[in-house]
Design a protein around this ligand. Structure first.
Ligand code: ADP
Length: 417
């Protein structure tokens, strides 16, 4: 490019040697190159460094240029690489285009090579640092993630081998931490479900074994023969009542399974009416058990609820209050209260029955739980009633609490906020 400009300028000012010489020096300085102008006889007429002035020089670039073809070549001179470039200077005359000389530019490549070397060195340095940093970062994040994954894999293996409730102790941040927390919650839930299932199976087997043993014993004595018709009649009645007990248990089981998928049909209902109807229904049983029912029920309290399910709740609580009376007390009673305060509505079922030992209070809402106590063996039940009560109350987003003292009595309280 510079060679072409120099050639062009020289051609136009061919007669003005002073201008041409200054122009060559100026371009030479700009390009940090040596610029020579050589005539058709290979004599140097302008040299920006002056030392080749009036000398004859000859090389492949000059020869090619004087024949009309620009040429470039690289030469090595004592560790010095030089780029040489020649462009012909042409003049238009009557014969056409005639080559009158050539511009020869020599440019030392050492500086360029040095810059390229520097650049190469910089690139290698930067990429090595980047590689080391990325290796360190990968190592840090990989070990963190693999540690969490390893802990989770171990946890899943433990659950799979039956160790329900196994907890991962590793603390991690962010998504991994959340995953570990969820795993721990899941493991805990599985443990609780399994525990409930075992308790339930235990209590069902216990309940089924008793009637089955007595049915078997009754049949054995009938099979021994020589029993009178009256004995047959009596034993068959006993067998019938035992099988009734068993089908009652199966009914309870079916109900409790149904409750798992319980859906409520909610409507605005008169809670006072539901409670009064339940009391009416259970009064004959209370009379039979000689338990007095006292009531203090505020009328026309309206709430949104599932009427059938709430009736079941009241029936269970009042039935228990009668069933678990204290036979050592002269008078047994159940007091039922329904009242509306500023902030809430409450239902209280209070009895002066046998009461519940403090150590058992936390378990009574668990499915299959019964207080197995000598004084209570006569009271029928499968330990399911209160768990159904709790589920129905929870589904309504209401609250149920219990207060009891052994030998004094029990208070169940439902709060509707
Ligand atoms: P069930 O009555 O069929 O055994 P529940 O779930 O209704 O089952 O009650 C669980 C246990 O709680 C009972 O076995 C009994 O020991 C205790 N319980 C419930 N209500 C009362 C009460 N009013 N007084 C004393 N104990 C009670």
């Amino acid at each position: 490019m510079i060679a072409n400009i120099v050639a062009d300028n020289y051609k136009r000012n061919i007669d003005d040697m002073i201008f041409s010489s200054m122009m060559v020096k100026s371009y030479g300085m700009q390009a940090e190159a040596r610029i020579l102008i050589i005539d058709e006889n290979k004599n140097v007429i302008i040299d920006n460094y002056d030392s080749y002035l009036d000398k004859k020089i000859d090389n492949a670039e000059i020869r090619s240029s004087l024949l009309g073809t620009p040429k470039s070549g690289i030469y090595k001179k004592e560790h010095n690489e030089v780029l040489q470039l020649s462009v012909p200077i042409t003049s238009n005359n009557a014969l056409g285009n005639e080559v009158v000389g050539t511009v020869l530019i020599s440019y030392s490549l050492n500086q360029v090579n040095q810059s390229i070397d520097d650049m190469k060195r910089d690139i290698i340095q930067i990429s090595s640092i980047a590689l080391i940093i990325s290796l360190i970062l990968t190592a840090i994040s990989a070990t963190g993630i693999t540690r969490s994954i390893r802990a989770l894999t171990e946890g899943v293996e433990k659950l799979n081998s039956g160790q329900l409730g196994y907890r991962i102790k590793l603390k991690a941040k962010g998504e991994e931490g959340k995953l570990i927390d969820t795993f721990n919650e899941m493991s805990e839930k599985l443990f609780r479900i399994e525990k409930h299932r075992k308790t339930m199976i235990n209590s069902i087997s216990h309940e089924l074994r008793t009637p089955l043993t007595s049915i078997s014993a009754l049949i054995d004595s009938l099979l021994m023969g020589n029993s009178s018709l009256e004995i047959y009649d009596e034993y068959l009645k006993d067998i019938k009542s035992e099988t009734d007990r068993m089908s009652e248990l199966v009914k309870y089981l079916m109900e409790s399974i149904k409750l798992e998928e319980m859906t409520l049909s909610l409507a605005e209902e008169n809670l006072s009416d539901i409670l009064n109807d339940t009391i009416k229904l259970i009064t004959p049983y209370a009379n039979k058990e000689k338990v007095v029912i006292n009531t203090k029920i505020e009328e026309n309290i309206i709430v949104k609820c599932d009427k059938g399910k709430i009736h079941e709740v009241f029936l269970n609580l009042i039935e228990n209050a009668i069933k678990y009376k204290d036979i050592n007390k002269k008078k047994s009673y159940v007091s039922i209260t329904l009242k509306k305060d500023v902030n809430n509505i409450s239902i209280i079922v209070e009895d002066n029955g046998v009461g519940i030992d403090e150590k058992n209070l936390n378990s009574i809402f668990n499915r299959g739980f019964r207080v197995l106590d000598d004084t209570l063996t006569k009271a029928d039940g499968y330990g399911i009633g209160l768990s159904i009560v709790k589920q129905i109350i929870d589904r309504h987003s209401w609250n149920i609490s219990v207060n009891s003292a052994k030998g004094v009595g029990t208070i169940f309280k439902i709060d509707i906020f």
